[in-house]
Design a protein around this ligand. Structure first.
Ligand code: IMP
Length: 426
């Protein structure tokens, strides 16, 4: 059975947690393919809210095996704390598998993330300060420590010695920070964390292929989103991995021919956290209303998200770069009670109409959105269980999205609960 990829089509926080949870009930494996604990996926089950950072969404179903793929960066103490918190609430985490090839987030990665953001001053990226960028940088520089190194103290110490020497020199000489204690890091990772992580470490690539060969359903779950992608996002205001669907192949060891379904998650409006261009950004009363109604504050960091109208130029681009086969629309209920809803269908660049995301980012910074205005709807959508329960205007809004994006909308979320969505055949 080929795999399904779930990918964010905007700047993250599209509600991927709820969607992956919804799809996970039919999956044997749910494999996270990139990112780290910069992500925060919220799932509401029976009125109870679960905020997941590293553990894949499938953990809440007893028949699903959650896998952390090779493309993820893992802080083992965060992973263990998350498992403990889930266990305390009665969720069994014993099935969790962590790829031995995933890279470790180390204490100096946090230090460097904070130090570089500080030194960038007003040009800072607004990272989550979780050490994500520095950990991926070490991976690319081939000086990273991997999860499997926790199984071999000699190798771990050899690698650590070289890296800590270099990091301490940078921290002291470039950023005027205190040196980190190599022995203390080794003690924490090898003596405290390794014994608990070791039973989770496994051959994730083998496990995924065995499931595919056995005809089982496999989901590859992304974190962050298309426009935070290191290659396809609004660089440098991006994360340091590849959330786009191609990253799902690299981050799990599944080839493209093993993927036949790509679900692109799009929120009914847009938000972004951190700095970077945002053509449809709103301010004032309407912005406050979307933020409050949509609870648009970071799951982990608590930061207020920047809100804006839905940008269909971006969505069209995301459909292309991810080969999106269907769009799952989230938070449609948040737009209720607005007189008009606007969607951006093109950009205006000094009188020139652009139908595509410009490859030159200076252009994206200066464009003005060209909006199409649609009538809003008064009704509260939260109790809808079928497309026919939605008012005409909400259905037209969905149809307009599918039309401009070039992919069908398969479902629409009408509230945070697991069961609050309607199927759409657009
Ligand atoms: P980093 O991933 O911590 O390096 O942050 C880089 C950029 O990605 C910043 O603008 C963050 O706000 C953004 N970012 C990282 N993770 C998420 C997420 O899960 N949702 C939304 N934005 C994110």
């Amino acid at each position: 059975m080929p795999a399904t990829v779930v990918v964010g089509t905007q700047w993250g926080d599209e509600g991927k947690g709820k969607l992956t949870d919804l799809l996970a009930k039919d999956m044997r494996l749910v494999v996270r393919y990139q990112g780290g604990h910069n992500a925060g996926h919220t799932i509401v089950v029976g009125g109870e809210s679960f905020a997941l950072q590293l553990v894949p969404s499938g953990v809440l179903y007893p028949s699903t095996v959650p896998v952390i793929g090779n493309g993820v960066v893992v802080d083992p103490s965060v992973l263990l704390a998350e498992c403990d918190a889930l266990e305390a609430r009665g969720v069994d985490t014993s099935r969790l598998v962590v790829s031995g090839n995933a890279h470790l987030i180390m204490p100096y990665h946090y230090e460097l993330d904070r130090a570089t953001e500080r030194s960038l001053g007003r040009n800072k990226l607004g990272t989550t300060k979780r050490g994500i960028g520095p950990a991926y940088a070490d991976k690319a520089a081939r000086i990273g420590l991997r999860v499997q190194d926790l199984l071999d103290p000699k190798i771990f110490r050899q690698k650590l010695e070289v890296v800590v020497r270099e990091k301490n020199a940078v921290l002291a000489k470039v950023y005027n920070r205190l040196a980190l204690d190599e022995d203390e890091i080794a003690r924490r990772y090898l003596d405290e964390l390794a014994p608990r992580i070791a039973p989770m470490i496994g051959d994730s690539v083998g496990i995924v292929h065995d499931a595919l060969d056995a005809g089982e359903n496999v989901m590859l779950e992304g974190a962050q989103a298309t426009f935070l992608d290191l290659d396809h996002g609004t660089y440098p205001y991006v994360t340091s991995s590849n959330p786009t669907a191609g990253g799902a192949c690299v981050g799990t060891g599944v080839g493209p021919r093993d993927v036949d379904r790509v679900v692109g998650i799009a929120k009914a409006y847009i938000t972004r956290v951190g700095a970077g261009p945002f053509p449809t950004e709103l301010d004032g009363e309407l912005a406050d209303l979307l933020v409050e109604r949509g609870h648009e504050y970071g799951t982990n960091t608590g930061r207020r998200r920047r809100p804006g109208w839905l940008d269909l130029v971006m969505l069209r681009h995301a459909v292309r770069v991810n080969s999106v086969s269907e769009i799952a629309l989230t938070k449609l209920d948040v737009l209720s009670k607005l007189e008009v809803v606007k969607v951006c269908v093109a950009y205006d660049d000094g009188g020139r109409r652009l139908d595509r995301v410009p490859y030159h980012q200076s252009v994206l910074h200066r464009v003005v959105p060209v909006y199409e205005e649609l009538p809003g709807w008064e009704e509260d959508l939260s109790a809808a269980t079928s497309i026919t329960d939605l008012p005409r205007a909400a259905r037209d809004y969905i149809a307009c999205i599918a039309d401009h994006a070039g992919a069908p909308v398969s479902l629409a979320g009408v509230g945070p609960g697991r069961e609050q969505y309607v199927h759409v055949a657009s």
